[in-house]
Design a binder for this molecule. Structure first.
Ligand SMILES: [Zn+2]
Length: 936
């Protein structure tokens, strides 16, 4: 077969975590395609990814968006498999999923599938790179899909700002090009047809030696190798030179700039960027990881903490920014307060003072060792990721790292190199910087192409540059102290008895503790969930909103206190929900108890600083109000759940409800929150039973639910049965129209869950294909499962720039009304394959400790105390017949069914026909109050 083994430049063995039981093999095929094969004996899904070193940087200047367009077109039929949609259908029918993205210099295609069908999927997939069809009429249709994708992001601030960035770099650099493309850049013109240019681009740029392929499966390596050669060996090698960029991203003219941008959302941000050269070759020592770690630290007296105390910023992050084969932006981003916006030069002053301090005192090998210990632990106890994520990630890594480092390259910190750090720090200078301020109300005089972003650019005045160049150390600022939470010399997991499922350790009025020791994944980590149910938290909209505010205040207070723990790999989240709120701790178990004590002992947080209070309150109100700027489909979605769940009020009402809350009310409110509670705990992972007994005693003492035990808060859900089609119009103030049609199950048995899930599984691909690919209704089109409070549900949704709600509803109804016929036409084999595909998805083994913890916790919430609902749903699916499903889908028919239709009229369809049929909900508050409810 002509297999040639990979040429190694270093050690002959790929380095992998001791926790990684997979086998790896490199090959270089005769056409120079680089391949990495992975044998994963335990995997229940197989996956493959092709990373192509071609991205939007390669687009012809007169055809911007071409690489992206090409990525879309490759899915739409090949000589061997001409039918468009065939590839996706094949993957979906066999329990898989697929996707692709186009970046600046790379395009990545990937899928996963039931391993039995891997070979057939590779056959289909490889044809993308051998003989795509570029069918004429599909070229026209897909151009519309690109146009919708472009339009979808017109109001996205990230995209809008990205375009300004593109217009302020060296115009000779490929970064300056528009990446997404639209119906204008990809139009047929008198000079050239899009299809011809597409084919020419494909032929000029796609080439085996620019590609890397990763395949992972439970098949043996010597089964996978011949497949790689057989299916991918025919990709043509055009011996193209290695891709390189000549022009620098910034010339002197594009440095020392101050750029002002007006965002759509009401946010205030400052970005200071330093222009660095390519950093790929630093991956072994990771000097920038070290610098971000110090610049972005949140210890007391850090840059972050001092600026926050001065009321200038709310957030700081260091190290992000665009990067590519000859450039890297090192960004320091600040979330600004009003004061910070006005005094932004003061922020830059402090930044340069901190940089001066790092140069003088901050380059120490012990700091490097701390960071090294953290990443080394992440590597040592690496957890399994989904095969599809692994292959897509590694196919890109193959382009960046030496072969033996394809995995370890993300973790390696080979040693402290002071000279190298100093060399890089020299780039952190005022003459090498750019500032970007994004805030409403800034004066602008330009408008960006494609996204119409208002902006302005000016050179930073020489006096300001000179001032920043002379700044010395500020004695108020301190570098981070040694971190007590870092565990050095961790050896592995603790031994001890385990149980098959979580068991109840304590069960008494107001208090229940679940426990399971789990060493399956061989990591010294665990998850600890503590749910606090409190009637006081959900008594009224005002209380619900105040609980959210209390959670935000609590989190804000905790930031500095828990910072070292987070750095050391311990994590926590606090989130409110329909019954109260939950604390979730995760990460290494060794010091988790300390963190729990630290957090809980702060929970009543006493007196709150009134400035911080006002700030956090207004931030929360703003984020609620900003939901009005979200995509129409997201707005409809949150309005739908609000309409049906009484304890989940709409954001606008919560914003109103807390507007008059004062700082003095908070301590009393928080006191009341903990007065009468029901506490449910799950400890899952590398815990000994004794440790959890001790924790339980501590929780009982600290939270004292025993004095006045509470009951679990009731979760309510509006029952829509016998209501017919309920219609709710929402005003979204957007060009596009949008619609969600929701069906609800009255029952919660495994059989009902099975029916809804299977219906969605079988309908989704056809729905997408019919309404998006064929009818071109928009870019956001789909169906999905939407279980609410244990009641299964299914939704169909569309956001459309081309049609109004009436037309959208007609298309959805037509689809649902005729789908029973589609189902009848399936062959018996196709039916079985679909069903089995879903069963294998549902019963898929847990990929890692975290996902198993999440599953156990969800089961506890669903009162699935035998932890076997998955198995029950799978058995219900086994016995489900096609006739059962046809009967079920017939019940969804538009004329007879009970459902909720959420819709929004886009400004593009103001004059379109209005919906007239159905029972309109004019007052959602009253509707929610009066409607009968399921109580769980
Ligand atoms: Zn796309």
């Amino acid at each position: 077969m002509g297999l040639v083994s990979f040429k190694y430049t270093g050690a002959a063995i790929l380095l992998k975590s001791p926790n990684d039981k997979k086998d790896y093999q490199f090959l270089t095929l005769t056409n120079q395609l680089k391949v990495l094969l992975i044998h994963d004996p335990k995997a229940s899904s197989a996956a493959a990814s092709m990373a192509v070193n071609v991205g939007h940087f390669h687009d012809p200047i007169e055809r911007q968006g071409m690489a992206h367009f090409l990525e879309h077109m490759l899915f739409l039929g090949t000589e061997k498999y001409p039918q468009s949609g065939e590839y996706q259908r094949f993957i979906n029918q066999h329990g898989g999923s697929n996707n692709a993205w186009t970046g600046t210099e790379f395009t990545n295609f990937f899928f996963d599938i039931d391993p039995q069908y891997l070979e057939a999927a590779l056959d289909r997939f490889s044809q993308f790179f051998i003989a795509p069809l570029f069918t004429s009429e599909l070229v026209d249709k897909e151009r519309q899909a690109i146009e919708s994708e472009y339009q979808l992001k017109l109001n996205d601030d990230v995209r809008r700002q990205y375009q300004v960035h593109k217009e302020t770099v060296n115009p000779a650099h490929p970064f300056a090009k528009f990446s997404v493309g639209n119906s204008q850049t990809l139009a047929d013109t008198e000079q050239s047809l899009a299809r011809e240019d597409l084919i020419a681009f494909y032929q000029q740029q796609y080439c085996a030696s620019r590609m890397t392929l990763v395949i992972s499966s439970n098949h043996q390596l010597d089964e996978l190798a011949p497949w790689a050669q057989h299916y991918f060996g025919n990709i043509i090698d055009k011996q193209l030179p290695k891709w390189a960029i000549e022009a620098p991203l910034y010339t002197e003219a594009e440095l020392e700039l101050e750029i002002h941008v007006q965002p759509v959302k009401d946010h205030k941000k400052l970005f200071v960027a330093f222009a660095l050269p390519c950093i790929d070759h630093y991956y072994k020592t990771k000097p920038l990881t070290y610098l971000s770690h110090i610049l972005g630290n949140e210890y007391p007296d850090s840059l972050f903490s001092v600026l926050k105390q001065q009321g200038l910023i709310n957030s700081l992050s260091a190290g992000g920014g665009v990067s590519g084969s000859n450039f890297k932006d090192f960004n320091i981003s600040f979330g600004l307060t009003d004061k910070g916006l006005a005094e932004r030069d003061e922020i830059v002053n402090q930044l340069f003072a901190y940089i001066a301090q790092i140069k003088q005192q901050g380059l120490n090998s012990w700091r490097y060792r701390e960071k090294q210990a953290i990443v080394e632990q992440a590597y040592q106890f690496q957890e399994t990721s989904r095969p599809i994520d692994v292959v897509s990630h590694l196919s890109i890594n193959l382009h960046h790292y030496e072969p033996e480092h394809v995995i370890y390259g993300d973790y390696i910190m080979a040693g402290f190199d002071e000279a190298e750090l100093r060399q890089l720090l020299d780039y952190f200078s005022p003459s090498n910087m750019r500032m970007l301020v994004s805030a409403a109300g800034l004066t602008t005089d330009k408008e960006a192409a494609w996204y119409f972003t208002p902006y302005a650019v000016k050179k930073i005045e020489p006096e300001r540059i000179a001032h920043w160049q002379q700044i010395g150390i500020n004695p108020l600022l301190k570098l981070p102290p040694p971190n007590p939470f870092i565990v050095l010399g961790l050896n592995g997991t603790q031994t001890g008895p385990t149980t098959e499922k979580p068991i109840i350790l304590r069960d008494q009025a107001g208090f229940r503790v679940w426990y399971k020791k789990d060493n399956t994944f061989n990591v010294p980590k665990g998850s600890l969930y503590i749910a606090v149910d409190s009637e006081h938290a959900v008594k009224s909209i005002r209380h619900i909103a105040m609980t959210r505010l209390a959670v935000e205040l609590f989190l804000d207070l905790l930031t500095e206190i828990t910072y070292p723990a987070e750095i050391a790999g311990l994590g926590y989240r606090i989130y409110s929900h329909q019954g109260g709120f939950t604390l979730h701790f995760s990460g290494l178990t060794a010091k988790q108890y300390l963190l729990v004590q630290l957090v809980l002992s702060t929970r009543k947080f006493g007196k709150v600083d009134s400035d911080r209070f006002e700030h956090i309150k207004s931030q929360l109100i703003r984020s609620w109000k900003n939901q009005k700027q979200g995509k129409p489909i997201s707005q409809l979605f949150s309005q739908l759940t609000s309409l049906l769940q009484p304890a989940n009020p709409p954001a606008s009402l919560m914003a109103k409800a807390i507007s008059d809350v004062t700082v003095d009310e908070m301590p009393g409110f928080v006191e009341q929150l903990y007065k009468q509670v029901h506490i449910e705990v799950l400890a899952h992972g590398d815990w000994q039973q004794q440790e959890i007994e001790t924790l339980a005693d501590y929780l009982l003492k600290e939270l004292a639910p025993n004095s006045t035990p509470g009951a679990e808060t009731k979760r309510r859900l509006v029952d829509i049965s016998r209501k017919g089609s309920l219609v709710r119009e929402v005003n979204c103030d957007h060009n596009d129209s949008a619609m969600i049609v929701y069906y609800q199950s009255m029952h919660t048995t495994p059989m009902h869950v099975a029916r809804y899930t299977l219906a969605n599984h079988i309908m989704s691909t056809t729905f997408f294909h019919e309404l998006r690919t064929r009818k071109q209704l928009g870019y956001v089109v789909g169906s999905g499962n939407l279980p609410l409070n244990r009641h299964p549900g299914i939704i169909f949704y569309i956001q459309s720039p081309v049609a109004g709600p009436q037309h959208l509803l007609r298309c959805i109804d037509e689809f649902i009304d005729t789908f029973a016929l589609v189902l009848m036409e399936l062959t018996q084999a196709q039916w079985e394959i679909s069903k089995q595909g879903l069963i294998s998805q549902i019963t898929e083994k847990d990929a890692n400790l975290k996902s198993r913890s999440q599953r156990y916790w969800a089961s506890i919430g669903n009162k699935d105390w035998r932890f076997d609902q998955r198995e029950q749903v799978a058995s219900a699916l086994e016995i489900m017949t096609r006739a059962d499903l046809i009967r079920f889908i017939t019940q969804l028919k538009s004329r007879i069914s009970d459902r909720v239709i959420m819709c929004s009229y886009g400004s593009a369809h103001d004059g379109s026909d209005k919906l007239t049929q159905g029972n309109f909900i004019w007052d959602p508050g009253e509707f929610k109050l009066m409607a009968p409810k399921f109580i769980n």
